[in-house]
Design a protein around this ligand. Structure first.
Ligand code: F6P
Length: 323
């Protein structure tokens, strides 16, 4: 019987558990023996691989986080770190390794595959910045968390006639900010893909004030050139430009902790099953993602390490609708 291993790596994302469940149960149904790697690549390098059966993934589809635990394992960037991982794969006789994770994790998967490991990736990151997929596991639930926070902040902002800057995650990509900003009807959106100077943020907030709005909200991506800290510094000396009194809220890691919504549960389920199909067909070195509404695969070597930018054309729409 062939053995299949599954791990989660990098930032946890809601829907990872649905993917783990789908991988484990599909793989067992296809005749694999299944092991779960605990603690991502670090667990792989230290040999923390444990057998999994159907019951081990019972009652997890609705949970955020990852049942297998996850790490950011920097040594995987080194030859020695990868050698430890490759040795573990050989010692445990792993015929296929499924890596559920985002950009850094899939770069690691690509490097291991280039060195001979039978790796298959599943696109999972709240940032939704992976090439090779239209959407990654965790992104839509994280947007919903940010959106809920924006809706709550608007209540107090309106009551007290204030402006709020809400900083959302997205290390190199503004997807989360763009979606939460448009769906939240915010007055300004600042993302890494567009050069937005503090003065134009001030102008957008001031315009809302001058139009008689009771509040103004700016969604700021943490990866933007001017993030919430830098904008706050700017507004300390240019507060008069706003009209509104200003408050700043950084949402931070709460965006990762949501219970996966239906989309992320379905996405995790479909991609998990598709990754096992790829293992059966020995299509190693591929990233499983979603293209045009269907599971699809792309060569890891082509997509890993690239950042897919958010669609900046939507900024103009957001701007027009905020008027
Ligand atoms: O996983 C993606 C992400 O949540 C980014 O949005 C964020 O910049 C980063 O991870 C935070 O990483 P950590 O959890 O290691 O602080």
């Amino acid at each position: 019987m062939q053995r299949l291993a599954v791990l989660t790596s990098g930032g946890d994302a809601p829907g990872m558990n649905a993917a783990i469940r789908a991988v484990v149960r599909s793989a067992l149904a296809r005749g694999f023996d299944v092991v779960g790697v605990h603690g991502g690549y670090q667990g792989l390098a230290s040999g923390d691989l444990r057998p999994m059966d159907r019951r081990d993934v019972g009652g997890i589809i609705q949970l955020g986080g990852t049942r297998l635990g996850t790490t950011r394992y920097e040594p995987l960037k080194t030859v020695q770190g990868r050698e430890r991982a490759l040795t573990a794969l050989r010692e445990h006789e792993i015929a296929a390794l499924i890596v559920i994770g985002g950009n850094g994790s899939q770069s690691g998967a690509a490097a291991l595959h280039a060195e001979g490991a039978p790796v298959i990736g599943i696109a999972s990151t709240i940032d939704n910045d992976l090439e090779g997929t239209d959407i990654s596991i965790g992104a839509t639930t994280a947007i919903d968390v940010a959106l809920h926070a924006i809706d709550l902040l608007r209540v107090t902002a309106s009551s007290m006639k204030r402006a709020f800057l809400v900083e959302v995650m997205g290390r190199h990509c503004g997807y989360l900010a763009l979606m939460a900003g448009i769906a939240g009807g915010t007055e300004v959106i600042v993302i890494p893909e567009a050069d937005t100077e503090p003065a134009s943020v001030a102008q957008a907030l001031r315009a809302a004030y001058d139009r008689g709005k009771s509040h103004a909200i700016g969604v700021i991506s943490e990866g933007a050139k001017y993030n919430a800290d830098l904008l706050t510094q700017y507004f300390c000396t240019h507060r008069d430009r706003l009209g509104f009194d200003l408050r700043v809220t950084k949402l931070g890691h709460i965006q990762r902790g949501g219970a996966p919504g239906v989309f992320d549960r379905m996405l995790g389920t479909l991609l998990g099953a598709a990754a096992v199909d790829a293992a059966v067909e020995r299509r190693y070195g591929t990233l499983i993602g979603m293209r045009d509404g269907k599971p699809a695969s792309a060569p890891l070597a082509d997509v890993a390490g690239k950042t897919r930018p958010a669609d900046t054309r939507l900024l103009a729409l957001a701007h027009m609708l905020a008027m």
